[in-house]
Design a protein around this ligand. Structure first.
Ligand code: FAD
Length: 484
């Protein structure tokens, strides 16, 4: 073999992270353009990031299997490695002679820095890292205000984002991917990502992977999108939301794909542009969260508005446990927390209510709630989680003011008027008439008896009275200087 031929057939590494797809994958497309064999690799390395939560591990397990199957259909396979990413990449490079690594960048500050260090290390070994953006509509830094600063308010951010972001052409990736056969891979089962003893994931009704993502979008566009703006707040309306969040988090679908399909549906007259715009704006919130965390890394741990770190949070393990277990005595809150535990997901409206209840009625630090969501959500996303918790806590950029305290009873009456959501997740209340469903303690004794409920035995009494919790929260706010 001539030197040229030997060099020309050196493989390139395609390093998968949270871009577990073959369609619309810029790193894959650029790797394929080299015409060289491709080594698709996933490295389980929790060094650079906060350790994954349990629900995320569950998802990753299935998504990697789906990605491997998709690669096999194209004549390739997924190589799995575990441990420190730069060390694993160096080992792979030594084994195969690869001299380029293609990857889609992640923009969480810790990961972003870690990647830069990796690129630096590999460069010293003569290996080039080429990074692309497959996760966001725009890279953080591409959407800045007139003074060259990051936006702190959502509406002007969204306007600038949509004016700046350019939709890339839809791509399906190469039909055939040539991968060297001899490279060793770990056994995914040995990573034990799927929970055992107990397997608490039996209620998880998801199809992780690129096909699952594309099916979720195809289900939503012709049905839920039509009434999205109106119905998205009602947790019992099946199909009213896309349920794309875990797929977007894991990069099983490009956010552009979701936007293109929504725009196309509006263009074809199948939905009004108001519905399509509303859906796109929600994807804009995902983007806003990612850009904020990138520019203000401290918000992962501390309040965006520092005065809120002086909030006199209470330490109350019993109430925190009741909240986590869905036993607060407030049916909408309990329904949400049980939906989360059972399915790994919770409806957005209910997320706002349960978060407000923890932060305001219980006066427990938002970081406790954020950590619980991190562990239990299949869509747990550092940026979206932190941004939304701080939005509810009043401490975030463009947040809802702290003094706006969701009333969990009236929220239930408004957004679960027929009680379908509460009855589904809190079945012990299913025989209670609608009138008392969101506040069982107000029901007359005979109504409770007829519904087969003894409060404090079959279903808890409220762990805090609404008015008392509210008054305590407002008093706490007064101790925070510069609030409002
Ligand atoms: P749809 O209504 O169909 O919206 C489409 C997409 O837009 C979503 O998939 C999501 O990517 C994005 N989106 C919608 N609302 C928001 C929002 N408020 N913020 C950011 N992106 C949004 N979302 C996460 O993806 N990960 C999280 O860890 C997360 N934590 C949250 C914590 C709290 C306290 C709250 C109030 C919200 C949180 N959200 C989080 C946002 C939101 O609840 C979910 O994105 C949404 O419920 C996902 O359902 P869907 O895909 O059906 O959304």
């Amino acid at each position: 073999m001539t030197e040229f031929a030997r060099v020309a057939t050196k493989p390139v590494i395609l390093w998968f992270r949270r871009d577990l797809r073959l369609h619309d994958n810029p790193a894959l497309n650029h790797a394929a353009e080299t015409g060289r064999p491709i080594l698709p690799v996933y490295i389980l390395d929790e060094h650079g990031e906060r350790p994954m939560g349990a629900a995320s591990r569950w998802w990753l397990d299935k998504s990697l299997r789906a990605l491997d199957a998709a690669l096999q259909e194209r004549g390739s396979r997924l190589i799995l490695r575990k441990g420190n990413a730069p060390t694993q990449l160096q080992a792979l490079i030594a084994e195969t002679g690869a001299d380029v690594v293609f990857m889609n960048r992640l923009f969480e500050p810790e990961t972003f820095e870690y990647d830069a260090e990796i690129a630096h290390t590999l460069k010293a070994d003569g290996v080039e890292c080429r990074g692309f953006n497959g996760a966001l509509l725009c890279r953080p830094g591409e959407v800045l205000n007139g003074s060259g600063q990051p936006y702190k308010v959502f509406t002007p951010f969204l306007r600038a984002l949509l004016a700046t972001a350019e939709a890339p052409a839809h791509t399906t990736g190469p039909r055939q991917i040539q991968t060297p056969k001899t490279v060793q891979s770990h056994d995914l089962d040995s990573w034990k990502l799927h929970p055992r003893r107990p397997d608490w994931s039996k209620g998880f009704d998801w199809t992780p992977g690129e096909d699952g993502a594309s099916q979720a979008l195809s289900r939503f566009i012709p049905s839920g999108l039509k009434t999205y703006a109106k119905d998205r707040d009602f947790p019992d309306r099946q199909g009213a939301n896309s349920r794309l969040s875990p797929h977007l988090h894991w990069g099983e679908i490009s956010p552009w794909r979701a936007i293109d399909r929504a725009r196309q549906a509006a263009k074809d007259g199948k939905v009004s542009s108001a519905e399509s715009d509303k859906f796109i704006a929600e994807i804009g919130w995902r983007e806003f969260s990612a850009h904020l965390l990138h520019h203000f890394p401290y918000i992962a741990e501390r309040a965006f508005r520092p005065e809120y770190d002086a909030m006199p949070w209470r330490k109350d393990d019993a109430s925190l446990k009741a909240w986590r277990q869905g036993r607060t005595g407030y049916p909408l809150v309990d329904a949400g927390m049980r939906q989360l535990w059972t399915t790994g997901w919770m409806h957005n409206r209910v997320r706002m209510v349960v978060a407000s209840f923890l932060i305001k009625h219980l006066l427990i630090d938002w970081r406790e709630g954020e950590a619980w969501f991190w562990d239990t959500l299949v869509d747990a996303d550092r940026a979206s989680n932190v941004q939304n918790w701080q939005w509810v806590a009043g401490s975030g950029a463009d947040a809802s003011p702290f003094f706006r305290i969701f009333n969990p009873i009236t929220q239930g009456e408004k957004f679960d008027p027929d009680g379908g959501y509460v009855r589904r997740w809190v079945p012990e209340l299913r025989h209670l008439p609608d009138r008392w469903l969101q506040s069982p303690w107000t029901a007359p004794a005979e109504v409770l008896r007829d519904a087969g409920i003894v409060l404090g035995r079959d279903y808890p009494k409220p762990i805090v009275e609404h008015e008392k919790g509210r008054a305590r929260a407002l008093a706490a706010l007064k101790t925070v200087s510069g609030r409002g």
